[in-house]
Design a binder for this molecule. Sequence first.
Ligand code: FAD
Length: 457
Amino acid sequence: MAAAETSGTEFDIIIVGGGPAGLSVASEMAKKGRRVLVLEKETAGQTMRSWFVPPFVLDEETKQFNYGGVTRFLAATYSGAKTQWRAKLYPAYPYIDEKKILPYWVGVIEKNGSAILNNTEYLCHEVRGGQVHVTTTQGVFNANLLLDASGYSSPVIKQLQMEDGSYYWWSVYGAVLEMPLSGGLEVGDYMMWQTFKDTNTNPKASLAHGRPVFEYEVLGPNKVFALLLFLRKKQVTKEDMKPLFERMLLKEASTAPFHGAKVLEEKFGWYPSGGVSQNKAANRVAFIGDAGCWTTPCGWGMTFILQNYKTYAEKLDETIKEGRLDAETLQAIPALRVTEEFQVVFDKLVMHFLSNAPAPMLDKFINFFNEIDPILCERMFTLTITKKDFEESIALFLKNFTIGELIRVLPIEDYRLVVRVAELSIMAYLAAYWYKFADWVTGRKNNKVEGFSYEKD
Ligand SMILES: Cc1cc2nc3c(=O)[nH]c(=O)nc-3n(C[C@H](O)[C@H](O)[C@H](O)COP(=O)(O)OP(=O)(O)OC[C@H]3O[C@@H](n4cnc5c(N)ncnc54)[C@H](O)[C@@H]3O)c2cc1C
């Protein structure tokens, strides 16, 4: 739609960003009869990302865009530890076709009378006279509410000076490759972690200190998405990542099957990993998607969007009906279906661990998957861990690492988390003793949690 056709219109909501968060929530609000304007600085729905998600986040409407899926998880460390297992929670973790689902949401928005302005960049906004006045490169637009879905580098957060520095960032550079499958690669493989000797010359180096991991997803008989990832407080630039990716892809002995690969499509980006939050809002301004840090430690932002956009839109609509668009009410809208505190605490613990633990600790961590039923890992990354999983995981951490090591990887500013983990760990210890006692009383042979039988691939 052209800017002239929308100028002068009063909107219920202006959404900054035509990525998956902006388009999904806009499509729901448009269906509800709200007048929505989506502002996109490039072209809405043309993302460079790609996603696989757990199937439980899909419904009848979104299921039509899935294909293939991850069926086998792999990990390989520089010190030689290797693990692999077939997906256990679900037969497969499907891919979502970004080239289909995003245009679908664009269609729903337009069919329901709302508007999308491409090549229109948000510059700033002002809340005045019970409205938000949004200045863009194509003029000023007015609405009752501003929803920020502008992703990893939000200009709205910058304008409001709401950066809190607590997030870590995944920095990703990769490519969709055409290559024959060899060296045991199978369609449906997902390499979660691969580390290399020569990127670990300093044993203290961790992801935070610039240690990247290599990942790949085997999409089809001759199609692979391979990528390099850093998890750090600072975003790593594309220019720094690209040569490293090429080195990992083409020069490492352990990536031999990739050496002749042909690059079909470059993919890169940055996404937050800051615990689970929707804890930012200002008067008449709310945040969704990466801008609202809808994510888990492994950065499954799309997973969270698909899982939450409908319920979020439902609650937002009620809030608009009630006319309560103050910061406190907007902040209290439950964006995420995460109910248990221990899930969030554990999520944060793992994120700090992945970012700050030195290489030998990370190697031990990856090797956990040989010790435990990896279904725990699948639950952890989909934020569906149970209380017993939590207790088992804490026990495993305490078995493999000293308290001193664990405390060192947690930043001091997150002291409340340390206290909470300590409390929960003590409870986990007590629970372990309780199980032993119960086993002794009942004569049971072991106290393994149900479902913890792990067969290696
Ligand atoms: C390589 C890669 C692989 C990934 N794999 C997975 C995966 O397998 N599973 C998963 O669940 N998640 C995955 N993610 C994470 C997921 O892609 C993100 O969490 C998700 O894209 C966030 O969506 P969003 O709409 O919040 O932000 P974005 O996708 O970043 O969209 C933001 C939009 O806002 C626009 N914008 C920014 N500033 C302005 C402005 N000033 N004015 C107007 N428009 C603006 C941008 O152009 C962009 O279109 C991956 C990410 C990357 C980079």
